[in-house]
Design a protein around this ligand. Sequence first.
Ligand code: AMP
Ligand code: GLY
Length: 429
Amino acid sequence: MRVLIAGSGAREHALAWACTQGHDDVEVTCAPGNGGTASFAQNVPVAADDPDGIVRTARDLDVQLVVVGPDAALAAGVADACAAANIAVFGPTAAAARIESSKTFAKRLMDSAGIPTARWCSGRSANRAALQEFVEDLGGQCVVKADGLALGKGVTVCGSPDEARAAIAACLDEQRFGSAGSQVIVEERLRGPEITVLALSDGSNIRVLPVARDYKRIGDGDTGPNTGGMGAVTPPPGAAATPPATAPTSLLADIERDVLRPCVDALAAAGTPFAGCLYAQLMLTADGPRVVEFNARFGDPEAQVVLPVLNADVLALLHDCAHGTLAPGRVYPAGQPAAVGVVLAAAGYPGPPRRGDAITGLQQLDPSILAFHAGTRREPDGTLRTDGGRVLTLVARGAAREVARDRVYACVPEVHFEGMHYRTDIGRD
Ligand code: AMP
Ligand code: GLY
């Protein structure tokens, strides 16, 4: 079987790796891939968000399944183009991916389907007075968001009306997020621990994966600016791992019934069925779980910890989603149900990163450690160099979170590149 993975991050490296587990006969191509995927897959210089390029590559290589990683590729219609060309694809159409690419669309769908989420108000420049009134109603305890895709940077958590006013002005007046911020959402500010729940769907059935948590801020103790994600853990502190033999935790059962099922049903009823990975970010508030946002793809870095613990044939699951043949139920973690992933970032990140520093130490790592590459490239002479902000995700598995955490942090200092930095508290309670 030949599989084409669209994307170049550590999530796509993890997907490519997962597709080869238990399959000697799978050939993986990555578009465009990175220095890590180059070691076991074929990299082709095609952008993930180029629908024509992906279809052409899939045809040329006689690919049986295209797996789309990034949100921008989904919003650009890569899945639509594959479907139109009769190529099986894991990933929703651009219409179904609006659950991520338009926050207003997602909020409307949640309200009409009765999915619990923060109260909200959305508008453009012309409705600024309504936005401002909602901010006052909330006493300034609100979150201001650019409506469109803003690389995870379009969100400002506010503690006063002045902060909210400035955040609205950043979108509407200063156009800091370009067209993604020409429409703004103001939400009630929720409080509580956050979790990520991923579910595979074929458009009608769903399979819920083990729960995870990502760490979005750059600094230990959740300080400093937001990033694409500095690490992830499964299961998160406070949410027990679910061994195959025991009953499902009621938290996941509730989230499946109240959040994931109604979302998939609403998208199907609207004529835009969702086939791919539905990502629910939830806040566990005193009043129960509330959706912070939906994404239309695997999370990065959540994929790097969730995929390695699955007791399942990942390629078969992705194939079933693409073909409408997914069996309902759960996907449970395997014998080592916990995993901790630490992102090693380049000098300058989350600002513009420095590129081109030589990376050493990966060859000597304990073979049980998974090193998923993101911003790396392999030179013709074999030297591996940094080539982006998030350079690598190192992942260790273990019988318990603490074991996985100790294992991964024991290995981090063995890897070196100039300016490397990382969080030291991933997976801590
Ligand atoms: P998002 O890009 O929507 O995932 O938001 C980024 C981060 O902002 C989330 O991980 C939350 O920590 C925070 N956030 C977003 N929406 C809310 C909300 N309604 N209440 C509190 N925090 C929020
Ligand atoms: N980990 C957050 C995201 O993938 O959007």
